[in-house]
Design a protein around this ligand. Structure first.
Ligand SMILES: Cc1ncc(CN)c(N)n1
Length: 228
């Protein structure tokens, strides 16, 4: 079994829990509250900004052009394609996308973005690939499963979200998997353990991110409004 297959197998219980999460079920069934969608998009917009920075730090650690290109196409994908699923959520919520940008991170989103950025600053190329992989892998996996199991019609409120992620072709992800396996072949046991740990944390944080949106998570202590 390849290193990437090993990681995926170890994280299978988290992938399954994510698919069963009520926010994800809400996407599949077409029922989510406006506030949940708004919170998700506000947080995800900032999360994807951090993702772009993480990919950029990945480029810094590459020595080969084709590896640089891989990170660069991921940045391009976020900037130019991944706005579509956000627009889908905004349309259903009846809000303007521009009004959901520039918000402070909620605890879970902050935790996830710091996890990625810390790894990108301190880790090796293999560790960076391991920390970013759950981001495309989880969405591709759950959306492809929704397409198979729910077969949504184009009248489904989240048809665009499901078909966007569910029909992503896998070549880019396969290139990341191939690169990770190549790195793992000559990596020390310690480095492989770090790669595994980053991957599992990111999978857990993918679950927590949906949970954050579902529960509209905020910082527990808020400043009291000044009395008039
Ligand atoms: C938190 C999160 N994880 C993954 C994805 C899909 N790239 C996303 N948009 N947001």
């Amino acid at each position: 079994m390849s290193f990437s297959q090993e990681l995926r197998k170890e994280a299978d219980y988290i992938f399954e829990a994510i698919y069963q999460h009520p926010f994800v079920k809400g996407i599949a069934e077409g029922h989510l509250e406006k506030e949940q969608l708004v919170h998700y998009v506000k947080q995800d917009f900032e999360y994807l900004n951090a993702m772009i920075r993480t990919y950029a730090l990945g480029i810094v650690k590459c020595s080969r052009r084709e590896d640089m290109e891989l990170f660069s196409t991921s940045i391009d994908f976020i900037l130019n394609s991944e706005i579509h699923p956000h627009h889908n959520f905004c349309r259903v919520a009846g809000v303007k996308y521009e009004d959901l940008q520039g918000y402070a991170l909620a605890p879970t989103a902050r935790n996830y973005t710091r996890h990625m950025l810390n790894t990108a600053h301190e880790g090796s190329l293999g560790e960076i690939i391991a920390v970013v992989l759950p981001c495309p892998w989880v969405y591709l996996d759950i959306a492809a499963r929704m397409l198979r199991e729910c077969q949504p019609e184009d009248s489904h409120p989240f048809y665009e979200w499901i078909s966007f992620y569910g029909s992503q072709t896998e070549p880019r992800m396969n290139l990341y998997l191939k690169k990770l396996d190549e790195i793992a072949e000559s990596a020390s046991e310690e480095e492989k353990a770090r790669m595994k740990e980053h991957f599992i944390y990111s999978c857990q944080l993918e679950y927590m991110f949906f949970d954050m949106a579902y529960k509209i998570e905020e910082w527990p202590v808020q400043q009291a409004l000044a009395a008039k």
